[in-house]
Design a protein around this ligand. Structure first.
Ligand SMILES: [Zn+2]
Length: 92
């Protein structure tokens, strides 16, 4: 699986490297405080990050020494027959 990802990334000119993800979700990527994973994957920080996004941001910071200055709220859409419409009340 890793080799397949590496080859596909290389095909598109994306640099890759392996990184151990151990403990990458233990601290909030935005505030640096220790967090716990709650229901539906959210972490316990008031910022309300999803645990997977928190882990990915921590990996980005640790592995590439890059931080994301602001987290935008995700957009939600409803996929219906032959169209995609914004989900009411979920998008700015
Ligand atoms: Zn936080």
């Amino acid at each position: 699986m890793i080799n397949a990802i590496l080859l596909k990334a290389q095909e598109y000119g994306i640099r890759t490297f392996e990184f151990v993800e151990y403990c990458t979700s233990k601290y909030c990527a935005c505030h640096g405080v220790e967090v716990e994973r709650r229901m539906k994957g959210a972490v316990s920080c008031p910022g309300g990050l999803h645990g997977d996004l928190n882990g990915a941001l921590n990996i980005l910071r640790k592995a590439a020494n890059k931080t994301v200055p602001a987290i935008k709220k995700s957009l939600s859409f409803i996929v219906d027959h032959n169209r995609v419409t914004p989900k009411e009340g979920c998008n700015p």
